[in-house]
Design a protein around this ligand. Structure first.
Ligand code: CP
Length: 311
């Protein structure tokens, strides 16, 4: 693997999931693969799981890890040809090449503005690192995608499913703030590749990018969509068409134990209790969110392993 900026960078999904599950059973099997190699992790935004699980994954492979909260560094300019006489002190052209001298792999977390759709869709932060860095780039959640989370989700469903083709429903839920579409986008793409029976449910106005949803069924009736589900993945996202707007805060879309039926409950975390999902779901045996978070380590580890093998 050359980079992991999107799900399609995985050349063989079923093999990758199988190998991640094997790594989970023997996490130190390749502890010398990353010896004398360094992962630099750059955070433009907050993180708990991604930060700790990716660091753990790298260390399981014997790598050194350096972490930079980018707000502690110089303010970066991403535009070409600008006269840098305002608040930006360093251009991405220098920064990416300099960091590449300290790193064998660079991982980047950079959320969208949710104000400027075209700028967010250009993935200008991630793609400028990809353009100017001289080492592989890993996406730790960008403006439009969270492929490490989606790989962990695919591992979790593969481990827990009792059916060859489970029914998986991704349901929008209310949230007081405008959140990115990244997790939902990557989950939908990953489930399409995994070949599950996928349904998307959300209120009208919350349609995701149709180049991602393609022909996946969308049902505006949550109760109908959830019927006979094996896995229910709940997530809030802001409107894509009315870009970045919170159009609806209808609490009837919160997931309850009654709506969950016999399904397993999934969420990428962090989650707002009794807003997105009620306590009775999160505190039940049907919730697999802690297992999902654990699989973030093995998703990151299999990705780093495949990149190290290709260096
Ligand atoms: N799910 C996820 O990416 O968690 P963090 O934002 O805490 O990294």
């Amino acid at each position: 693997m050359k980079n992991y900026t999107k799900i399609k960078d995985i050349s063989n999904l079923s093999e990758t999931i199988k190998d991640a599950i094997l790594l989970k059973m023997n996490p130190f099997e390749f502890e010398n693969l990353g010896k004398h190699k360094t992962l630099v992790m750059l955070f433009f935004n907050s993180s708990l799981r991604t930060r700790l699980s990716t660091e753990k994954a790298a260390k399981n492979l014997g790598m050194e890890v350096m972490i930079l909260n980018i707000n502690d560094a110089w303010n970066l300019e991403f535009e070409d040809g600008t006269i840098m006489n305002m608040d930006k002190s360093e251009h991405i052209k220098e920064a990416a090449r300099v960091i590449s001298q300290y790193a064998d792999i660079i991982a980047v977390r950079a959320f969208p503005t949710l104000q400027d759709k075209a700028k967010d869709e250009s993935e200008y932060i991630l793609n400028n690192f990809k353009k100017y860095a001289t080492v592989p780039i890993v996406n730790m959640e960008s403006a439009t995608a969270h492929p490490l989370q989606a790989l962990a989700d695919a591992i979790t469903i593969t481990e827990l499913t009792e059916k060859a083709k489970p029914k998986v429903v991704i349901s929008w839920a209310p949230h007081p703030k405008a959140l990115p579409q990244a997790v939902a986008n990557s989950f939908v793409e990953m489930m399409q590749d995994l070949g599950v029976d996928l349904t998307i449910t959300h209120p009208e106005g919350y349609e995701l990018n149709e180049t991602i949803t393609k022909d996946t069924p969308i049902n505006y009736n949550q109760e109908e969509a959830l019927k006979d589900a094996d896995f229910v993945y709940v997530k809030n996202w802001s409107s894509y068409n009315d870009y970045g707007k919170v159009l609806n805060q209808d609490e009837n879309w919160m997931l309850t134990k009654a709506k969950l039926g016999h399904a397993k409950f999934m969420h990428c975390l962090p989650v707002r209790r009794n807003v997105i999902v009620e306590d009775a779901v999160l505190d039940s045996e049907q919730s697999v969110v802690i297992k999902q978070a654990n699989n973030r380590t093995y998703a990151a580890q299999i990705v780093l392993k495949q990149i190290l093998e290709d260096l």
